[in-house]
Every structure is written in C-alpha cells, then in structure tokens.
Design a protein around this ligand. Structure first.
Ligand code: GTP
Ligand code: MG
Length: 197
C-alpha cells in the first residue's frame, strides 16, 4: 500500500464538507505540534504532502489524503494549545468531536503523544471520547529522537498504565520518530491491514 502514491483530497472545516464515507479511514489526532502532519509525510514518503510548522496550530482543517481506492489518511488540527484565536480552536474541537463520534468508516485513530511529555489531561479527554464512540485507537509516541532512551522507556511504561482504563485502546503504544524513521515501517504494516484489498 505505502509503495503507492498518496494524494491530497480536500480539507474540511464543517461536517457537511466531509467526503462520502466510501473508503476505510485512519485518522491522526493529538495536541498541537506533536507531529501529526510530519508522521503522515514520513508514512507516505512525501516530505511536503501535509504542511508542517514549528508554530502550534499549523493544520486548521480536517485534511483527507487518499491511496486511491484503498485507504484514506486523515490529518486533524491539534488540540490543547495553539497560537490561533480561541473561537477558531473551539470550532476545530467541535468538528473533531463530531467527526470522531459519527464516522462509520473510521477504522483506527492514531493518538499522537510527545515522547518527552507523555499523556496530558487533554489527551485523557480525547481518550474518554474515543471510548464512548467506540473508536479503536493506538497511542503513537512521537519525536523519540529527542529524549534519552531511558526516558522514552519511562514514558512508555506510564502510557501503558494510563491506557489500562481505556477499553478502546490498543494496550501497547508505538514509539516513533518521523525524523529518524523509527517505527514507521511497523506503523505502515499495521495501517495497510485496514485498507481495501
Ligand atoms: P499542528 O498541525 O499545529 O497541530 O501540528 P502537528 O502535530 O501536525 O505537528 P507538525 O508535524 O507540524 O510538527 C511540529 C514540529 O515538530 C515541526 O517543527 C516538526 O519538524 C517537528 N517534528 C515532527 N516530528 C518530529 C520528529 O520525529 N522528531 C523531531 N525532532 N521533530 C519532529
Ligand atoms: Mg499538522
């Protein structure tokens, strides 16, 4: 699947703009600046497919990318904090919640968490929502090239503990670095399992 080309379909700011739910979807959510767009680029092997930035709040729409006829990858605006006006963030939050609650084709959500910081209260809130909506999710720890390896292991252990109270979660987080390519092949293999044959 990941040998094929993935292309940008559209960006949505309202539920009525969402494309027809005719293909399986895998979405990427997490706090602002955690590395969602960078991970999509690393997975698809296209450095500038999804726009990335040092400034939290880069992704402002729900962006759909498609492996034609097989699978869609969804890049979401970040939550938690962003250098944009509050009404705008509130609008994203509403849209993200509506999408997560109502999307029958959503097969998996990758919940990205910075491997230096671990699970924050805003992540807990999303995990509660995912449990309620029965959206199967896996935590993907990002930027693992930044902390010392002993520190990553501590965050992994704390994350496993935090996931125990979330029935919709895959128990084991995946450690990744988009910059160094760590965990990317493993995530590709897993996501390919959700694609149309
Ligand atoms: P929003 O769209 O604003 O919510 O952010 P995002 O989660 O899409 O983050 P984005 O991919 O734009 O990355 C944010 C910053 O983190 C950028 O400066 C990236 O270069 C950096 N970054 C992303 N992944 C990695 C990584 O694996 N390692 C390191 N060192 N930096 C990374
Ligand atoms: Mg982004």
């Amino acid at each position: 699947l990941f040998a094929r080309e993935c292309t940008f379909m559209l960006g949505c700011v309202a539920m009525k703009q969402l494309p027809e739910p005719i293909l399986p979807e895998v979405a990427f959510a997490g706090r602002s600046n955690v590395g969602k767009s960078s991970l999509i680029n690393a997975l698809t092997g296209r450095k500038t497919l999804a726009r990335t930035s040092n400034t939290p709040g880069r992704t402002r729409e729900i962006n759909f990318f498609e492996f034609e006829g097989r699978l869609r990858l969804i890049d979401m605006p970040g939550y938690g904090y962003a250098k944009v006006p509050k009404p705008m963030v509130d609008g994203w939050t509403q849209l993200i919640h509506d999408y997560l609650r109502g999307r029958a084709v959503l097969r998996r959500l990758c919940l990205l968490i910075d491997s230096r910081h671990g699970v924050k209260s805003s992540d807990e809130q999303i995990m509660d929502l995912l449990d309620k909506a029965a959206v199967n999710f896996r935590v993907v720890l990002t930027k693992a090239d930044k902390p010392k390896s002993g520190e990553v292991q501590k965050i992994v252990a704390a994350t496993i503990e935090a996931l125990k109270k979330h029935p919709a979660a895959v128990p084991q987080p995946l450690v990744t670095s988009s910059e160094k390519g760590l965990g990317i092949q493993e995530l590709r293999a897993e996501l390919a399992g959700f694609a149309e044959p």
